[in-house]
Design a protein around this ligand. Sequence first.
Ligand SMILES: Cc1ncc(COP(=O)(O)O)c(C=O)c1O
Length: 383
Amino acid sequence: MSWKIPLFDLDYGPEEEQAVLDVLRSGWLTMGEVTGRFEAAFAEACGVKHAFAVANGTVALHLACLGVDIKPGDEVIVPALTFVATAACVRYVGATPVFADIVSPDDLTLAPESVESLITPRTRAIIVMHYAGYPCDMAAFRALAEKHNLKLIEDAAHAPGAELDGRRAGSWGDVAAFSFFSNKNLATGEGGMVTTDDDEVAAKLRRLRSHGMTSLTWDRHRGQALSYDVTDLGYNYRPSEMLSALGLVQLSKLDANNQRRRELTTAYHELLTELVPKVGIPFTGQQAGAACHILPILLPEGTHRPDFMDAMKTRGIQTSIHYPPIPEFTAYRATSGGLEGLPFTRAVAEREVTLPLYARMSLDDVRLVAESVREVLGAKQKL
Ligand SMILES: Cc1ncc(COP(=O)(O)O)c(C=O)c1O
């Protein structure tokens, strides 16, 4: 399907092409020197001691759970309104995800009060997710974690470059996970990053990323090691050098592109408020410091969402849903208790639609989308 305005688009140019060509011509394709440079640049941009690149955001989350020693029998509190990987990583280590509510229909990030109400003697950690690139209330979560002796993991997939009180996403928890999936602010197709300030956690996770081995193929290639021991049950979660090369170029564009996303988001909010005041607009006025990854709106109560999305599609505009809540998925329903006790997630999940947002969008594109929303919602008889 060719869209007039897709949901997301890459900001790729000759720099990305050249970076990949350079890797291909270097003759070294897997985790090596370029990955090392990407990790150092990402750690610096994030303001953390350690960053290590991995194959995708889901394995970054798995490593984050291993890093803070989540074990079978533990409970980990996660948002219900997030991508399934935020909860799946908890199950990978044999623990149980417990689902918490969002703050309100105006703020779709995790609610500290809801999290606190779910803490039990088995709770081991909290995973926050900076929904749409808007930072969670990290002061409240840090206080909760300290009070109840819990680990704090950031799912920062939406939030590379987001800032709060002068610090960046990925530096607020014990450990954090980023995704560089195609639709992300920093996009390399697949790819991810783990960040932490904890030397021990970093050393452990570096080994687990590559089979628990004490030396890498790259070390042996450089003549730094002849053999290796295996000290843990590890994985192959390594990235390729092509991913890291793309990541380095994309990182150099991140701050400017996030700024552009903030401008586009503000323009969207102003236009929608003026043209379709009956639409709910989460995060109004909260753009400062946000990574503005996606543009969620809430359809008026009673709107038939599939018809709305179809009508936008016939106008060439792609929309999406972020997210079908995890507790309602077949693989989670039986054990999660559904959306019982999560009133805001329930209310929002039925009405949320995501509009197109990407750095290369024009203000005319934003106007076209906002006017299409007005037209479609104006055609009341159909919806
Ligand atoms: C909130 C969130 N967490 C985790 C992930 C998983 O990342 P990946 O697709 O790179 O495995 C994604 C991305 O798709 C995401 O949006």
